[in-house]
Design a protein around this ligand. Structure first.
Ligand code: MN
Length: 197
């Protein structure tokens, strides 16, 4: 029982050449798997072990650090895998339309989001969220996310970008901006649009 590592809906090499197969395999089968294992350990005997991960995020302030770190890790990575895929295609649909309406062009949005991702000091995530019906860019440290009740900026995540070094170091070493530039090619806009609620 408890939380489970979700299967990827594509193979480890499906995001090549943007994200290499070795990085994907280690990231999913080792890093994400460890978050799930440690979350289940931290919640042993706790009713929250049977909740959805989203519900746990909204009450995370009531739990100790291992639940926050590993629970966040589980939610963040589950979403990260979901919004990527081998499908090629330019931004389209309700989210792309809302992006263009807010930032003027997709390129301007890309620039703002990339800046948030590049400038996140140390480990963390960059996010596009829907907050009170409007889009917003934010970033979080470590494995925090905008669903958490302790988050500085709260909202529903539509895009999630992992900027921990384990997400890119094998292929891109210290060049986080190159990894971010490549990542735009991996987004599955059908899934992103399905998150708009
Ligand atoms: Mn990661």
């Amino acid at each position: 029982m408890g939380f489970k590592l979700p299967e990827l809906q594509y193979s480890y090499n499906a995001l090549e050449p943007w994200i290499d197969a070795t990085t994907m395999e280690i990231h999913h089968s080792k890093h994400h798997n460890a978050y799930v294992t440690n979350l289940n350990k931290a919640l042993e005997g706790n009713p929250a072990a049977e909740w959805t991960i989203e519900k746990l995020m909204t009450e995370i302030s009531k739990y100790p650090a291992p639940v926050r770190n590993n629970g966040g890790g589980h939610y963040n990575h589950s979403l990260f895998w979901k919004i990527m895929g081998p499908q090629k295609g330019s931004p389209n649909g309700v989210v792309a339309d809302a992006i263009t309406a807010k930032w003027g062009s997709f390129d301007k949005f890309k620039e703002a989001f990339s800046t948030a991702a590049v400038s996140r000091f140390g480990s963390g995530w960059a996010w596009l969220i829907k907050k009170d019906g409007a889009l917003e860019i934010c970033s979080t440290p470590n494995q925090d996310n905008p669903l958490m009740d302790i988050a500085e900026v709260k909202g529903t995540p539509l895009l999630a970008l992992d900027v921990w070094e384990h997400a890119y170091y094998l292929k891109y070493q210290n060049k986080r901006p190159d990894y971010i530039a490549a990542w735009w090619n991996t987004i599955n806009w059908d899934v992103v649009n399905s998150l708009w609620k």
